[in-house]
Ligand binder design. Structure first.
Ligand code: IPD
Ligand code: CA
Ligand code: CA
Length: 268
């Protein structure tokens, strides 16, 4: 690993732990909560975490650009861009359900090269460096060897506007439910992807996600030996809004399910 990448990783992981500790200490405490939309929330802890992460990175790397969920940062046209979800799983956090994470990725010349996902309640730090593999608390990760789809455990999520937009994932959910062992909707896409990388889930799909939800996690999956694509199997970019990530073995079966029509009784 280059010395500069070692520094990026060291700074990012230290900041992720710091923001995660703030989140852990604030859970189950009184919170200031605002509505971004009818359902979509943001808490003071989302904002404070983003300030901590972006502030720390700006201090260490003043030339870099930033794309983060809670604020717009003026671009410098830099080759290095940090893509940050300061608190993935805000609905969980705001309701006191202890399942959320810090997600940070570094894009260099348009390629995701570093991904860090920190799960504060479990003290689990997932980290991937392009070409160097993925690790959990320093131990190498490998996707699961499980197949076929019928015996697989999957994860997904639903967009905040699923009550009003047709792309609501309901038909895909019904189709997968009839084709796999089980589906979990835990509420933090970054952790869903980290869990595919760790072999705890065998596959994940979701639509309408933002770059900060997936940038770190998709690198984790690829570096752990998995496959990531869009719903039609084409190459994936974090600026795509549809993602399928798997252990590779069940990927084609997942794509086939995503290509199916809605089962009878389920609207598309
Ligand atoms: C959300 C979570 C959730 C996914 C949503 C995302 P947020 O991110 O990742 O799992 O289903 O679509 O927006 O709002 O908690 O950062
Ligand atoms: Ca998110
Ligand atoms: Ca968030």
């Amino acid at each position: 690993m280059t010395p500069s990448m070692e520094k990026f990783r060291a700074v990012a992981t230290a900041l992720a732990r710091e923001a995660g500790e703030l989140q852990r200490a604030s859970l189950w405490q009184p919170l200031q909560i605002e509505h971004k939309g009818t359902i979509d929330l943001v808490t003071e802890v989302d904002k404070a975490s983003e300030a901590l992460l972006v502030g720390g990175l700006q201090q260490a790397f003043p030339q870099h650009d930033f794309l983060a969920e809670e604020n717009v940062y003026a671009g410098r046209g830099a080759s290095h861009k940090w893509i940050i979800d300061p608190l993935d799983g805000t609905t969980n956090f705001a309701h006191g359900f202890p399942w959320f994470a810090v997600s940070m990725a570094l894009e260099i010349d348009g390629e995701i090269c570093l991904g860090v996902v920190y799960h504060p309640m479990m003290n689990e730090l997932f980290c991937a460096v392009k070409g160097e593999g993925a690790e959990l608390n320093g131990v190498r990760l490998q996707v699961s060897p499980r197949s076929p789809l019928q015996q697989s455990l999957l994860a997904t999520g639903f967009p905040y506007d699923s009550a009003t937009d047709k792309e609501n994932n309901f038909a895909h959910f019904a189709n997968f439910q009839m084709s796999c062992r089980g589906i979990r909707r835990a509420g933090a896409a970054a952790l869903d992807l980290a869990y595919v990388a760790a072999g705890r889930f065998d596959g994940f799909w979701e639509s309408k996600l933002k770059p900060w939800d997936v940038a770190a996690g998709e690198l984790l999956v690829r570096e752990a030996g998995g496959r990531v694509s869009s719903f039609d199997g084409a190459a994936y970019s974090v600026y795509n809004h549809r993602i399928v990530a798997s252990n590779g073995l069940i990927h084609e079966e997942m794509l086939a399910v995503l290509g199916r029509a809605a089962p009878t009784g389920v609207s598309s």
